[in-house]
Design a protein around this ligand. Structure first.
Ligand code: FES
Ligand code: FES
Length: 152
C-alpha cells in the first residue's frame, strides 16, 4: 500500500508502486478531472500539483509521491484558484474542454509563484500544456484577468 495525501485527505492506495499517479487518481480514486492525453509528459492534460508544484501525473510513479501532498482539479481551493476559475468562466476559455483541467492547474501554479506574470512568463509556464482547440489567446487573457483580481 502507498499512503498519499490527496485533496486534503490521507488515502491508502493498493496499486503497484510503479503505476503512474494518473491511473491511481482516475481508476482507483475516481478523480477523473485529471485527463490522459499523451502518456509521455508531452501534453500537460494530466497536470496535478505535488507539494504545490505542477507535475505530469502520467509519468510519475505513485511511489514517487508517497507521503507528499497531491492536489487535483477537484481539490483546488483558495483565492488564486478561485480567481483563475472565475476568469476562465468569464472569458469562456474552454472549447472542447479536454485539456482545460491541466491548463487550470498550470495557471494556478504560475500565479501562486508569480502573481503578476508577463506574457513571456505565461508562455514559458504554459508551454507544456497543449490545446488542440488552440485556446491559447484566451488562456493568456484569463491569466492576466486572474492576476488583476488578485491584485485588487
Ligand atoms: S497525458 Fe501526461 S503529459 Fe500528456
Ligand atoms: S479546449 Fe479542446 S483541447 Fe483545449
Amino acid at each position: 500500500m502507498t499512503q498519499l495525501t490527496i485533496n486534503g485527505e490521507t488515502r491508502e492506495v493498493a496499486a503497484d508502486p510503479d503505476t503512474p499517479l494518473l491511473w491511481v487518481l482516475r481508476d482507483e480514486l475516481g478523480l477523473t478531472g485529471t485527463k490522459y492525453g499523451c502518456g509521455v509528459a508531452q501534453c500537460g492534460a494530466c497536470t496535478v500539483h505535488v507539494d504545490g508544484e505542477p507535475i505530469r501525473s502520467c509519468s510519475t510513479a505513485v511511489s514517487d509521491v508517497a507521503g507528499q501532498t497531491v492536489s487535483t482539479i477537484e481539490g483546488l481551493s483558495g483565492k488564486t484558484a478561485e480567481a483563475v476559475m472565475t476568469a476562465w468562466e468569464t472569458l469562456d476559455v474552454p472549447q472542447c474542454g479536454y485539456c482545460q483541467s491541466g491548463q487550470v492547474m498550470s495557471a494556478v501554479a504560475l500565479l501562486t509563484a508569480n502573481p503578476k506574470p508577463s506574457d513571456a512568463d505565461i508562455d514559458e509556464a504554459m508551454q507544456g500544456n497543449i490545446c488542440r482547440c488552440a485556446t491559447y489567446v484566451r488562456i493568456r487573457a484569463a491569466i492576466h484577468a486572474a492576476a488583476k483580481t488578485l491584485e485588487a
